[in-house]
Design a protein around this ligand. Structure first.
Ligand SMILES: [Zn+2]
Length: 438
């Protein structure tokens, strides 16, 4: 189910209030389009991801925030003309106006501009405005090319995924020559990666002069190179599900399978998991959106848990005694954790923190002191409504120690009888990285 925030927001450009609704959370199940457009329910909810002030026309992901320069862009005739352009469906105008602000205030060579132009194209698709959709795609493609030119990347790790997107943008705009060039950049010599398979699909569609929408799961069928990898991923997924009577969330399952067999490619695993429900309807079912569970556990007494939204108004916790708070040692450890949080892969080990603190990096004394400063930091973070930074601190096995979960229980984040500590840690780690993303 999708959930919505509806309420009044005050525009940061003109200062006037207006009602706005925002898609707070929604699940998506199934395969995305080749340009990354998600399946329902997020698919139709995307149009609310940019808000529009009805008074001054300011369009932004959140109109209650604006830089002074954004106000200048909004007041410019070019912006107001775009906002009123009759050739474009309304949501598309909103996205393109927001893109214009992002371009002028920041840079047109940005991921945000690519995304906003792409979303404008989807809005045109939905409205049946083929010509306008092609225009928006070419704008997105130009922004993506510029992003590459300035050393940036749209997909954080996988350059090939960028070329697949670029190929799709050109192909669906009917610019087959450019599409072919982009797809060829991503076609691999060997090996199975989803991006590589998608590039092959893009290339084939381009050569067939097909400018229609296609979905990523089309590469799952009929590909022999990836079959072995998907078989291995499926076997691991079954092992994880067998050991989880409560069921496993899709994202968790993906991470666990990858953790169990690091030689598997993330994309191959994702492809296998998409197909799991369809291929094994007798063994696996989905008791709640995004949740997979073995059918044989169906009769046990477990019920799906409703995720509790973050309680912003909780009372501050004061359970960790002061020892390092206010000292330079505390600040140095905090700085190191924030630095690690900004890297999508980095974790921190106890001995490193011990060295930062100036204590011998081994033994029980170290564990106690490092643990204490981490607990103090986490208490402060949680009281400020942020996740536990110590989720980044792992032992030699790649997992946090018992102290992490003890602290989470002390701070009231983890229920005393919640046995699924691993899931708690995984979610907390994602939250930390999202909170501190550079
Ligand atoms: Zn306004």
């Amino acid at each position: 189910m999708a959930s919505w925030f509806e309420g009044e927001k005050r525009c940061a450009v003109c200062g006037l209030p207006s009602p706005q609704s925002e898609l707070v959370s929604a699940g998506a199940w199934g395969a995305s389009d080749l340009d990354g457009r998600t399946p329902e329910v997020v698919r139709s909810g995307f149009r609310w991801s940019v808000e529009r002030c009805p008074h001054c026309g300011y369009c932004a992901p959140g109109i209650d925030e604006a830089s002074r320069r954004a106000g200048l862009v909004v007041a410019a005739p070019a912006y107001q003309q775009l906002l009123a352009a009759a050739s474009l469906p309304e949501p598309a105008r909103r996205f393109l106006c927001s893109a214009m602000i992002a371009e002028k205030v920041d840079s047109w060579a940005s991921k945000l501009v690519v995304d906003l132009c792409l979303q404008a194209a989807w809005a045109c698709d939905d409205a049946g405005s083929a010509e306008a959709a092609a225009d928006c795609r070419l704008q997105a493609a130009a922004a993506l090319e510029a992003l590459h030119k300035f050393g940036g990347q749209h997909h954080p790790r996988d350059r090939r995924a960028d070329y697949v997107l670029l190929a799709d943008l050109y192909r669906r705009a009917g610019r087959f020559e450019e599409a072919e060039g982009a797809a060829l950049q991503a076609v691999p010599d060997k090996g199975f990666t989803l991006a590589g398979q998608l590039a092959k699909l893009e290339l084939r569609l381009t050569l067939e002069r097909d400018d229609r929408r296609h979905a990523q799961d089309e590469v799952v069928a009929g590909d022999e190179g990836g079959q072995a990898a998907r078989d291995a991923a499926r076997a691991e997924a079954f092992a994880v599900l067998e050991s989880s009577p409560h069921g496993v969330r899709h994202g968790n399952l993906l991470r666990r399978v990858l953790a169990a067999d690091p030689t598997l490619e993330r994309e191959a695993v994702a492809a296998a998991l998409w197909a799991l429900l369809e291929e094994h309807p007798a063994d696996i079912y989905s008791p709640a959106r995004g949740l997979l569970r073995m059918t044989r556990f169906r009769d046990s007494t477990w019920r799906p848990q409703v995720p509790v939204p973050w309680e912003k108004d909780r009372a501050p916790v004061n359970a960790i005694p002061d020892k390092y708070r206010g000292t330079t040692v505390y600040a140095k450890v905090l700085v190191r954790l924030v630095e690690a949080a900004q890297d999508p892969e980095e974790t921190v080990r106890f001995p490193e923190l011990a060295e930062i603190m100036g204590i011998t990096p081994k033994g029980q004394h170290m564990a106690k002191e490092v643990g204490h400063v981490l607990n103090e930091i986490c208490e402060g973070e949680v009281n400020r409504g942020r996740p536990m930074l110590s989720a980044l601190v792992v032992g030699s096995g790649g997992w946090p120690g018992a102290g992490f979960f003890e602290c989470a229980r002390t701070l009231g984040l983890l229920a005393p009888d919640d046995a699924d500590e691993r899931a708690f840690w995984e979610i907390e780690l994602v939250a930390v990285r999202e909170e501190w993303r550079g």
